[in-house]
Design a protein around this ligand. Structure first.
Ligand code: NDP
Ligand code: GDR
Length: 355
């Protein structure tokens, strides 16, 4: 019998971690995941994969850990001796990174280094392959459209600056030590499992709440930002494909189509048969939003970022050619799936506080 492959996923409780764990389990892997200690349950996205640790030979095992704790990471890598590490854990919210820049650097930048060092210290350089969750946020200030592996980086947030370190330390460990370490430069990818504070999920959740009369308006920031939105389930397959290549390398995963936030909002409300009343771009001298009438979508400057990324549009040609990867779900279909799932959740939710 051939040995099962072993994977370690950091960020296993996040959107991508959940889809990736599902994919790897379906391929016969033993999957170890890192989860953070929290005062309430944070494993909702992987509940369906949960296996009682008392069962014989469990294939999905969660370990407490944190990207800011070297000894913990070294111990988990030592215990699990993975064939593949997928480093998905991160403080992944761009706006929050302006509030918590030092923590974001610690978890996202130095956390990546800690894992690479764990592989090296434990003499696993020739055994363990490494995937780094790099991001289209690295491109930041628009210099070239569409953006490919060759486009220069210009990070526009503490998050992106931390991820820039992560990107380059991965390249360096590949070149310096011959490690099989790859960067997936992934453009935005969403799903019904997306965190509720990212704009797509915030919108689809609000649409469902408004449709069910549980919320009367949706506050948003920059409606003109343009993003290349794909489906998370398809992007985790791209991560896995990168790890199966003989040679490590860096790849863009994107759809090659970009959409404004405003358009996403329009499609989402259209799906539940509602018209939008757009309101307010300013605040009065006291800092209150102008206008008191009931409305559906209102711009609130508190969601503006100190520095914004205006336009992301990826060129996935290399991934198509080398990995044979291509997105399947278009953005319009993605919106409908997310609205449909949030409508179901809202119909079953007892009481929801106004967002
Ligand atoms: P999520 O925010 O949904 O998940 C992040 C995961 O990281 C969660 O499991 C979270 O734990 C965990 N985490 C956060 N901080 C720490 C820490 N200090 N120690 C250990 N675990 C931690 O992100 P996504 O799934 O959307 O993204 C996965 C990765 O891909 C991230 O690195 C993100 O930056 C990157 N990325 C995402 C893109 C996207 O569009 N989704 C695009 C490009 C890159 P908990 O559940 O407890 O919060
Ligand atoms: P992003 O995703 O910053 O691209 O990072 P997010 O959904 O937060 O923002 C996308 C765009 O929408 C604008 N926006 C708002 N954003 C939020 N969150 N809330 C609002 O109310 C709002 N109104 C407008 C933003 O200004 C922005 O332009 C995501 C994360 O998953 C990162 O981890 C990942 O690296 C990148 O995608 C690629």
């Amino acid at each position: 019998m051939t040995e099962r492959k072993v994977a370690l996923i950091t960020g296993a409780t996040g959107q991508d971690g959940a889809y990736l764990a599902e994919l790897l389990l379906s391929k016969g892997y033993v999957v170890h995941g890192l989860k953070r200690r929290s005062s309430s349950f944070n494993t909702g996205r992987v509940e369906h994969l949960y296996q009682d640790p008392h069962e014989d030979d469990p294939r999905f095992i969660l370990h407490y850990g944190d990207m800011t704790d070297s000894t913990n990471l070294i111990r988990i890598v030592q215990q699990t001796r993975p064939d593949e590490i997928y480093n998905l854990a991160a403080q992944s919210h761009v706006q929050v990174s302006f509030e918590t820049p030092e923590y974001t650097a610690n978890a996202d930048a130095i956390g990546t280094l800690r894992l690479l060092e764990a592989i090296r210290l434990l003499d696993l350089t020739n055994k363990t392959r490494f995937y780094q969750a790099s991001t289209s946020e690295l491109y930041g200030l628009v210099q070239e459209v569409p953006q490919s592996e060759k486009t220069p980086f210009y990070p526009r947030s503490p998050y992106a600056a931390a991820k820039l370190y992560g990107y380059w330390i991965v390249v360096n460990y590949r070149e310096a030590y011959g490690m099989h370490a790859s960067n997936g430069i992934l453009f935005n990818h969403e799903s019904p499992l997306r965190g509720e504070t990212f704009v797509t999920r915030k919108i689809t959740r609000a649409v469902a709440a408004i449709r069910h009369d549980r919320q009367d308006r949706l506050y948003l920031g920059n409606l003109d930002a343009q993003r290349d939105w794909g489906h998370a389930r398809e992007y985790v397959r791209g991560m896995w494909l990168m790890m199966q290549q003989e040679k490590a390398d860096d790849y863009v995963l994107a759809t090659g189509e970009t959409t404004r936030v405003r358009q996403f909002v329009e499609w989402a409300f259209a799906d539940v048969g509602m018209d939008i009343e757009w309101r307010g771009t300013g605040v009065d001298e006291k800092g209150y939003l102008r206008g008191t009438d009931r409305c559906v979508v209102e711009v609130d400057p508190r969601y503006f970022r100190p520095t914004e990324v205006d336009l992301l549009l990826g060129d996935p040609t290399k991934a198509q050619t080398v990995l044979g990867w291509k997105h399947e779900t278009g953005v319009r279909e993605l919106v409908s799936e997310m609205v449909r799932e949030d409508m179901k959740l809202m119909a079953n939710a007892p009481v929801i506080a106004n967002a």
